[in-house]
Design a protein around this ligand. Sequence first.
Ligand code: SF4
Length: 300
Amino acid sequence: MGVQHFWPLQPEAEAPASAAPHAALPVSAVSVSVPVPVPVPVPVPVPVPAAGGLVSASSAVAQALPERPATSAPARPPMAPARPGGVNAPAARTATAAPVTLGARPAGIESMDWATLRDTVSGCQACGLCKGRRQTVFGVGHTRARWMLVGEAPGEQEDRLGEPFVGRAGQLLDRMLTSVGLTRAEDEAERQVYIANVIKCRPPGNRNPLPEEVAQCEPYLLRQLALVQPRLILAMGRFAVQSLLKSSEPIGRLRGRVHDYHGVPLVVTYHPAYLLRNPADKALAWDDLCLARELAQSAP
Ligand code: SF4
C-alpha cells in the first residue's frame, strides 16, 4: 500500500486563505528517527484564575488527568523523554504580544460527562478568545475511538462550521485516514477516530494562541482524552505538537518517535494544511501514520 496511491505527491493548489497560519507554518522537513537528547527547559507555572482562586497551569492539568491507567507503548519505537517546560518557548512563539484577558474556568471539568463538558465549553469565557468566536469547536468522532487526533485551533471555516479540520485540509485528512483504514464518518470504534483541537475558540487573525490561553483550555482536552481513552494520540501540526509536548523543537525533530501524553502514546505528524503546501513531505506523514497504526494494532 503505497503513499502515492492515496495521496498524490504532485503539488496541490495553495490552501485557502482561511487556513490558519499557525497550521501552515514552515517546519523542518528533516526526519530524525533516532531520539536526540535535548536541553530540558525549566518549567514555568503559569498562574491562571479558576473558580475558587488562582491555580497554576500545572495544577490545573493535574486535576484533569485521564482516568485510564498509563498505557505502555510497544517496546520497539523508543518513547521520547518527557519535556517539561514552557508551552511556548520564545523561539517557538510567533504570536504578537497582546493583553491577556482571562476569566474564571468552570470548576469540576475533570469529572464532567460528555454532555456537560460540551455545554461547558460552548459557554466558556475562561480566556479572551471567547470574544471573537462564532462558536466553540468542541470535537467530533467516536467517543470511544482508538485513535484521537489533536489539531491546533479553529480557523475561519472551523469557527463558522463548528467542526475541526474542514475545507481542503480536512479533505486531505480524510484521505490520510482512509489510507490506514480509518474514517471520521460514523463507524465502529475500531475505525472511527475522535478529533479535537488544543484550543476550542478561534484566535483573532488566526494567530497562535498564547500560553495562558492554552493553559486555560487544556483541561477540556484532558477531559476529552479521559472520556475517549484512546490507544494513541496523533498530534497534527507544529503548534499542537509543541503545546502537547511542552517543547519548542520543530516537528522534523519530534516525529518518528513515540512520545507520551498523560500516559497515552503520542505520535507527531504534519498538519494537512502544511502538507497541501509541501506535498513532498506527504511521504514523511505516511511514515508517521504507519508508526501510529503499528502502535494502535499492538496496544492491548
Ligand atoms: S479557548 Fe478554551 S478556555 Fe478560551 S474561551 Fe474558548 S473554550 Fe474557554
